[in-house]
Design a protein around this ligand. Sequence first.
Ligand code: WT7
Length: 631
Amino acid sequence: MTNNGAKQELYHPTDEVKQNAFVKDDQAVREASYADPVKFWEDRANELLDWYEPWDKAMDNSNAPFYKWFVGAKTNIIHNAIDRHLDTQRKNKLAFIWIAEDGHAVSMSYFRLNREVSKFANVLKSMGVKKGDTVTIYMGRTLEQVIAMLATTKIGAIHSVVYGGFSTEALAERIEDARSRVLVTQDGSFHRGKVVNLKEIANEAVRRSGHVEHVVTLRRTGHEVEMVEGRDFWWHELMNLPVANGSCETEVMDAEDPLFILYTSGTTGKPKGVLHTHGGYQVQVATTLQYVFDLNEQDRWWCAADPGWITGHSYIVYGPLILGATSVIYEGAPDYPYPDRWWRIVEEYGVTVLYTAPTAIRGLMRFGEAWVKRHDTSSLRLLGTVGEPINPEAWRWYHEVVGGGRCPIMDTWWQTETGGFMITPMPTTPLKPGSGTKPFAGVIADVVDEEGNPVKPGEEGYLVLQHPWPGMLRTVWGDPERYRQQYWSTFEKQGWYTAGDSARKDDDGYFWIIGRIDDVIKVSGYRLGTAEIESALVAHKAVAEAAVIGVPDEVKGNVIHAFVILTQGIAQPEEAELKQFVRDEIGPIAVPAHIEFVEALPKTRSGKIMRRVLRATAMGEDPGDMSTLAD
Ligand code: WT7
């Protein structure tokens, strides 16, 4: 998408949308906030949340870039997400509607959620988990996954959720880095009717990493799994023990105490543990969800992500619960057993707001609109997307076919690191398909050149965030230097955060995200580091060297193309064998679509792989300036 003019189509909200909007004049709210972002966030912190004790200082920049928010305040996000609803009518409201892949559903009220969370919190305590310890959670999309997260938080421990699509090495590395002594997993998860053997992967990862003392396993698929005596316990057995009673005090935390670690890919092989804290994060997620998706008591909100990613943490779990909303979770694949699965869920459960990724929209669009049309989707009033730029064609299909032309689409730009939406429309913002419109209230962002000067409208530059925000990551777990280097060194003098994305602004000041400028690839919205995949490939005995790049794909956004140099004297393996090897090490999302065996790789004289040249080769284009090429 290369849009730089302001001349393209503009979609204005309907009168109905305007009347219902929580924020009536988003432009005025944005502008008022830009002058004093700290005050904007402080007002929201007072308005939307309860605090055990107030803060002394809303923001502390004395040790930049290690910013602090709501310094001195006492809180626990669980108090706002669950506890405070229990003395109101909301205790009877559905917190979650969980739908299994086979179609059966479980509805859970706030009252019951509190009981389950408290019971599991007591289980964790009985295993010796204390404030400040980490708990790794490696599960499928189950209610228990969410309960495990909330229980960890309730007792002041730190959760590290590892997406259930990752494999052994990826899990082992994350357990190791977080030094978790407790792992929560399940026997298996369902994917298109087949069982993914999570427990087997977990067992192997525990063997490789060697920190874990106890493993709790949820029985979901019921297939035979290996349980290690003294180490392994069944979820359902623990939850029936007398120790697992339904009352548990919520631990009082400092606003800046760690809430969770979430690993994400960066430019080196080792994934980064992005750290979020209790105080600022809750303000960010609650405010953004309320302003952008307008949630009210009537809503049935469906964020169709996985709780294992930041989207799920912020907008399946914490955000909706803080606002006392009803959040829908679906366990399975969008096209299983038929491509109308999602639209059936919208109809059956009366979903009012749907939030998903462009890749899912493009995937469902392929099946044609008849699958949508056979269901009543008139309950929908707002739509959202996240994860990568949305192409105008998919935008229009989402708008017309899914939303019946009535529902504005909130294209929200943000990152694991930002905690919540940063550049986003609100329901009253005039929309341009493919643009996230403008920085959210309290967010100061721009597009600049290498020196930090704002670029002219239509020109490409670095996307920067020029003022701290409450939901920002606080550090990289165990590696503060990497935090400083990665995010704050490019514009160190100015004290700005670099997102790693390039972008443009148009004549109306609308932002257009172009894509990653670092060695990160987005495949189906998943973020993968080239170095991670390369190191998985070179772990195979036949591979001496590897380089991977992303090449554009109509449905997935990008697919992985790998170039491989073989080890001398070893027979060339089948392409399928190498693919399986990557799948076993990292997981299905990292499997290259193409593997090309080559004699040499284009490198600069300093030894850096010239991915630009590889990309041109893979796509049959002119590689451009080759003067820095060594060979
Ligand atoms: C990267 C962050 C935050 C939730 C999911 C992704 C890309 C994200 C958009 C959007 C264009 C987007 C960026 C960003 N991205 N949202 N609306 N339009 N690009 O989180 O895995 O941390 O990835 O996703 O490249 O840097 P993540």
